[in-house]
Design a protein around this ligand. Structure first.
Ligand code: AMP
Length: 379
């Protein structure tokens, strides 16, 4: 991967200069006393040191972000107003533009919209790693028009992932989970070349299990990937669950929970039942493999972890990753949420803010937003 990214330090004094910073302040909000308020300000706090440095250097700092999915229209509930209020408390003196996605030109990467955004600015900084896999106007156009740089958090995310892939301490164990094999097969393929073991769990594992002639009942399954999953199993380093747990068809489960007792199926799930978490044997072999690792990459839950009855596999993996002394990188909203819910966030080496972006960086080796910065004519 060649991703030397330009830094803003080379610009020198910013006295009297105007700097546009693309951030990802797509934070959760909730109504409190009739007013929408930010409920997790992690992303805002993480950007304050950069803002303070720019302000101290004499710059006028304006930030811009997407916020929810208003689909190119002005939708009041997607106004950045709550984020703006929190930002003003954490770092006064930084202006925040209204939601980029209120304009359809943002997502269609419209040149004119990008030009209007950067008009009147001297510099641009991309500090939105988690949005850099999207070729949207605020990511792609400014580097073509003004001197541009990668923000420090973006640089740290990229270099952490790159050094893990380029030169991992071994054994390197990757853990991939989540619902859909379609979303994650590419990453399993790349990781099966780079890692010593790729653990596959969650709903996506059943298509792999089916290639081994195992019964999967009515668990998640995508027959169009059966052949590719079968090929990957021949690599010999893809570890799938030996057993699973779940429920009968029609039982309630998920965020709202349910009351039925969880069934342990062993290696084969009978017709009329579905696998919703890895089983006890899989928990034991996955955690033993993780305990032996020197480098760990984890993305995606092992089961329907939002339902406490089906969270044992994800919790076991989270605890094993946290207990390990290996370099550990965890990405993806669900894995990070799982870590947080067990209070283990600070026990891993690096929590990536961008699930989609980190997967794409691992899979393809680059992101459109990084390429835009590297190819800026002002470098
Ligand atoms: P993804 O968005 O692909 O990372 O998938 C995350 C979602 O996969 C979570 O909401 C889990 O509830 C869900 N999931 C994990 N394992 C299973 C499973 N065995 N069956 C159905 N859904 C699952």
């Amino acid at each position: 991967m060649s991703t030397r990214l330009p830094s803003f330090e080379r610009w020198g004094s910013l006295q009297g200069k105007r700097v546009l910073v693309r951030v990802d302040f797509n934070t959760p909000v909730a109504e409190i006393d009739g007013l929408l308020e930010v409920t997790d300000d992690f992303r805002i706090r993480a950007t304050v040191p950069l803002f303070e440095e720019l302000l101290a250097s004499g710059a006028t700092v304006v930030a811009c972000t997407h916020f929810g999915r208003p689909k190119g229209k002005i939708v009041e509930k997607y106004s950045v107003a709550p984020v703006r209020r929190r930002l003003a408390e954490l770092c006064p003196g930084v202006e925040l533009l209204e939601n980029l996605r209120f304009n359809p030109g943002e997502e269609s990467n419209d040149r004119e919209f990008g030009e209007s955004l950067i008009a009147g600015f001297d510099y641009y900084i991309n500090e939105a790693f988690s949005a850099s896999h999207r070729a949207h106007a605020s990511i792609m156009i400014p580097p073509q028009i003004v001197p541009s740089a990668a923000g420090p958090n973006l640089q740290r995310e990229v270099s952490t992932i790159q050094s893990m892939l380029d030169n991992p301490a071994r054994p390197f164990v990757a853990i991939v989970g989540g619902a859909k094999v379609a979303d994650k097969l590419g990453i399993v393929k790349v990781l099966s070349e780079k890692a010593d073991t790729v653990i596959v769990g969650g709903g996506m594992a059943f298509t792999f299990e089916a290639t081994q002639g195992r019964g999967i009942g009515s668990s998640l399954f995508d027959g169009s990937y059966l052949e590719e999953c079968g090929e990957l199993m021949k690599h010999g380093n893809v570890l799938i669950p030996e057993d699973s747990c779940g429920l009968a068809n029609g039982a309630n489960f998920g965020r709202e929970g349910g009351t039925d007792e969880i069934i342990e199926f062993g290696a084969n799930i009978p017709d009329g039942f579905m696998g919703l978490d890895i089983g006890p044997k899989a928990r034991a072999s996955f955690t033993a493999t993780i305990a032996n690792a020197k480098t760990i990459l984890w993305n995606g839950p092992m089961g329907v972890f939002e339902d406490a009855r089906l969270s044992a596999g994800t919790e076991a993996v989270a605890r094993a990753v946290a207990a390990s002394a290996a370099v550990s990188v965890v990405g993806g909203g669900d894995s990070v949420a799982a870590l947080q819910s067990y209070g283990l966030e600070s026990d891993v080496s690096f929590v990536s803010t961008g699930g989609g972006a980190s997967l794409e960086l691992v899979e393809l080796g680059d992101l459109p937003g990084l390429k835009a910065l590297r190819e800026s004519p002002f470098n």
